[in-house]
Each structure stands twice: as structure tokens, then as C-alpha cells.
Design a protein. Structure first.
Ligand code: ADP
Ligand code: MG
Length: 467
């Protein structure tokens, strides 16, 4: 596994204030950490624009690039920039709107450009709020009406409405994370002095465990007690974790009493959170509980149009209808379909026409049916980690085999509906607590080790999108 690791501890290098050199250095590091295809598709097309002190501005072909990179390679790119330009480094993306007409633009960069993403720097801690999630790009529909309206109301008046906490629940890929981060972005804009943080409940749990181990409980609690707005995603991860729940209960009470805003999301309504302390469940219902549902046909079309625009592609009505008709269950899949269409078209150099759309939708549906099984997950994981599949199913305790096994268990839990018991059976008859342990361990490792994190999301892409 050594080849997956990168050293991030090297001292930042000082180099001449030349964006070309700086970007070249970044590319070298990036190249060591991603596959060739990834490198060629997503990083090579980026051109440096200029370097002003420690702000490197880079030209990207379209918004789609920014979204893709932020989603998949954010940690890698941030750390790389930090390593090359020092801890104060900042990266600004500029959309190179004339790229198509003038591929040689890089030599002559003075053209109309649009600055679209600058990282907020107001807070001294990381807010974890991604600028890509806004209300503007959240499509309104019957399926999300109440949740969206409440989210907007809160972001105009954090802590002052009766929607405290705001509890948003619903199935996977229906926009919960988007909505609660949009609240965050709006508050950051309107009330820049407010302390606001977003994190998922599993990261919260991991931090909690670390705080106990390093005897930093006081610091940990006071950090969260000091927030003006606390946004916790996927609160269902706290089920069964009594100690974390106890601490969260105290933080909740403190914040609520001081009229600080609390925003939570969950994959199910409060009353269905088995393994969650009753006093927490009752508090979750103090404010407003709102669900997000699967979008109807019109909303799906609107979402596709909007995403297409932001990726810089326009699709015919025929194609839009076809996709919206066939991909119905969640918005992440709609988006995945567009990404795959774009990837297919950019890899093959073919225009996006109805045939390509039909092929892509078909690939996605068959992939979903056939590819996301425990066996297939195991196969791709083993290929990626270069580990023998049989070893993963035996009681082999070699380090790399354990990591592959745990990753396969983790993805099986994340991507299939199989029970913990079934998953355990696929890996040499291990019991459900081993699977939970594996899940938690990979969740923790991927939050700490960026190269593993990227490897795991690469495996997901292979399974879910075939890219
Ligand atoms: P969840 O947290 O419920 O699993 P996400 O918030 O991660 O879902 O949404 C999945 C993807 O779909 C995200 O990229 C998000 O931006 C997009 N999305 C979800 N709902 C909408 C919407 N109403 N309009 C536009 N994009 C949406
Ligand atoms: Mg989410």
C-alpha cells in the first residue's frame, strides 16, 4: 500500500512568483496521487493564470470542472497548493469561457474571464461549507417545498425563528446536504461574523473519540458550544453511540438556550431513529421537521436543465425527457448521468446526441443492477488494492488484506441494501460487529488519509458510473 501514500509533511517550497512554475510543481505532486486517466482528464486541461503573493489563479474550461474537482479532489488540491505555496495559499478558479474557440489561449491570457469561486476566509476554523451549494442552484419543487422554505427563513434569521432545530430528512441523493449547506452559505454572506460550522455526525463522532483519547474533551465541547450556527449532516450516524449522544445532548441544550441555530439532517424522521436517546429524539422535534422527497418529472427536467447549463452543455428536449423519464429515484443519479454523458462525449470526441444519451442511461441502469453487488464491490476493491480476492474472504490478517476487506465491507454497507449479517457472511462468515468495526474504521481513515479517501471515491466512481 505504500504507493498510495504521499508525503504531505514536506516544508512548503518557496518558488518564484510565476504561476506557470507554481502550477507545474502542483501538477507534479498531483500526478503522483491520481491515476493517469484522472490526471489527463481533469488536471492537464487546467492552465495557470497568474500568481499574486500566495493566491494562485487557474483557468478551467467550465463550471463542471470546478464541481468535479471540488467534489473529488478538494483535499488533494488544497494540500498540494499549501505544500507548494505555503499555509496561506489560496486558489481561485477562473472559467476560461473562450477555451473552445481558442485552445492556445494560455499563451495570451488577457481575455474576458469570470471569477467564480473564492474560498471564504473569515473564520479562523474550517467551516466545511462548500460554495457550490446555494439556494440559487437548488431547484424548487413540490418534493422539497417545505424544507426549502424553512431553510430560507432560517438563513435570513438564524436562531430567531421557531424552526430550531430545523430537522430535514429524506432518502439518499434528494438534496439534504445541498439544502443545509445552502443555509450555511447564505448565513456566511449575510452575517459574516457568525461562527458557523458544518460537519457530518460521523466526523463529529470520530472527533469526539479522538478528543477522549487525547484528553481534550474540554476544548472539544467548548469549540462546539461557541458556535452561532451548528449544522450536522446525517445525524442517524449517532444512533447506538451513547457517549457521543450524551455530549451532543449537552451541546444541543447549550446552543438552543442561547438561541443559537441548530440544523440537522437525517435519512429518516426522528421517531424512527432506533438507538437514539429519547430525550434527543424529543428535542429533534422541538422546531420544524420537514422531509425531502423524490422529485417529480417536471422537477427532474428543471434540475437537468440547470445542471446542464452549469456544466456548459445544452441538451435537446428529447434528451432531457429521456433522461428524466428513465432516472427517477434520486438527484445524485440525474447528476451522475450528466457527468457520464459529458465524460463519454469528451473521451470519445462525439457530440452529445440522443444515441449517446440512450447508451449512457442504459449503462447507468445496468451498472446499477449488476455492478453494485457485494461480489462486484469486492472485485473492484481487490483489483484496486492489488490483493487476491480469496484472501479477503479468508481469515488472512495481513495489513493490506485487512484494509481491502474493510474497504469492501464499508462500500457494501454504503452502496447495497444488504444487512450487516449478509455482508459478514460474504467475508468468511464474520459477524455483524466486525462489519460495523470495519465501517467505522474506514470512515475514520478516509477522513484522515486523503490518498485513501481518493482511492475509495475512485472505486465508487468505477462502480456507480463506470469512469
Ligand atoms: P443527500 O444529502 O440528500 O443525499 P445531496 O444534497 O448530496 O443529497 O444531493 C445530491 C446531489 O444532487 C447534489 O449534487 C446536489 O447538489 C444535487 N441536488 C439535490 N437536490 C437538488 C435540487 N433540488 N436542485 C438542484 N440540485 C440538487
Ligand atoms: Mg447528504
Amino acid at each position: 500500500m505504500d504507493n498510495l501514500k504521499i508525503s504531505l509533511k514536506a516544508q512548503p517550497k518557496t518558488i518564484s512568483s510565476d504561476s506557470t512554475n507554481a502550477w507545474k510543481e502542483c501538477l507534479k505532486l498531483i500526478k503522483q496521487n491520481v491515476s493517469n486517466i484522472t490526471y489527463n482528464t481533469w488536471f492537464l486541461p487546467i492552465k495557470p493564470y497568474d500568481l499574486d503573493k500566495n493566491t494562485l489563479r487557474i483557468l478551467v474550461p467550465n463550471n463542471f470542472f470546478i464541481e468535479w474537482i471540488e467534489e473529488h479532489y478538494n483535499t488533494l488540491i488544497n494540500r498540494t497548493i499549501g505544500q507548494i505555496l505555503g499555509p496561506e495559499a489560496k486558489l481561485v478558479y477562473i472559467i476560461n469561457e473562450d477555451e473552445k474557440e481558442d485552445p492556445g489561449l494560455f499563451d495570451n491570457p488577457i481575455v474576458e474571464t469570470k471569477k467564480i469561486s473564492v474560498k471564504p476566509v473569515e473564520n479562523t476554523f474550517e467551516t466545511n461549507i462548500s460554495p457550490r451549494y446555494t439556494f440559487d442552484n437548488f431547484i424548487k419543487g413540490e418534493s422539497n417545498q417545505l424544507a426549502r422554505a424553512a431553510a430560507i427563513a432560517i438563513s435570513d434569521n438564524p436562531g430567531e425563528t421557531s424552526f430550531n432545530p430545523l430537522f430535514i430528512y429524506g432518502g439518499v441523493g434528494l438534496g439534504k446536504t445541498h439544502l443545509i449547506q445552502a443555509i450555511g452559505n447564505n448565513i456566511l454572506n449575510k452575517f459574516p461574523s457568525k461562527k458557523i460550522i458544518y460537519l457530518s455526525a460521523d466526523i463529529f463522532t470520530t472527533q469526539f473519540v479522538e478528543a477522549i483519547q487525547s484528553n481534550n474533551m474540554g476544548e472539544f465541547s467548548s469549540f462546539y458550544n461557541d458556535m452561532d450556527v451548528l449544522i450536522i449532516d446525517d445525524i442517524q450516524f449517532l444512533t447506538g453511540r451513547e457517549k457521543t449522544q450524551d455530549l451532543f445532548f449537552h451541546i444541543f441544550n447549550n446552543l438552543h438556550q442561547s438561541r443559537k441555530q441548530i440544523i440537522l439532517s437525517s435519512d429518516r424522521p426522528p421517531k424512527d431513529l432506533k438507538g437514539m436517546n429519547d430525550r434527543l429524539i424529543s428535542r429533534f422535534q422541538w422546531g420544524l421537521t420537514a422531509d425531502v422527497q423524490a422529485p417529480d418529472f417536471e422537477t427532474r427536467i428543471a434540475i437537468l436543465k440547470n445542471k446542464g447549463d452549469s456544466f456548459g452543455i445544452s441538451l435537446s428536449n428529447e434528451i432531457l425527457d429521456y433522461i428524466a423519464y428513465n432516472i427517477t429515484s434520486n438527484i445524485r443519479e440525474l447528476e451522475g448521468c450528466l457527468i457520464k454523458l459529458l465524460a463519454n462525449s469528451s473521451l470519445t470526441g462525439k457530440e452529445i446526441d440522443f444515441d449517446l444519451a440512450r447508451k449512457t442511461v442504459k449503462e447507468i441502469s445496468t451498472r446499477k443492477e449488476t455492478n453494485i453487488s457485494i461480489d462486484n464491490i469486492t472485485k473492484i476493491v481487490c483489483q484496486t488494492f492489488k490483493v487476491d480476492e480469496n484472501k479477503v474472504r479468508e481469515k488472512n490478517r495481513k495489513k493490506e488484506v485487512v484494509l481491502a476487506r474493510q474497504t469492501a465491507m464499508y462500500l457494501s454497507k454504503k452502496l447495497t441494501k444488504s444487512s450487516l449479517k449478509t455482508i459478514g457472511l460474504h467475508f468468511g462468515g464474520r459477524d455483524h460487529s466486525t462489519v460495523i468495526h470495519a465501517y467505522n474504521n474506514i470512515e475514520k481513515l478516509t477522513s484522515e488519509d486523503l490518498s485513501l479517501n481518493e482511492t475509495v471515491s475512485g472505486i465508487r466512481n468505477k462502480l456507480e458510473l463506470g469512469i
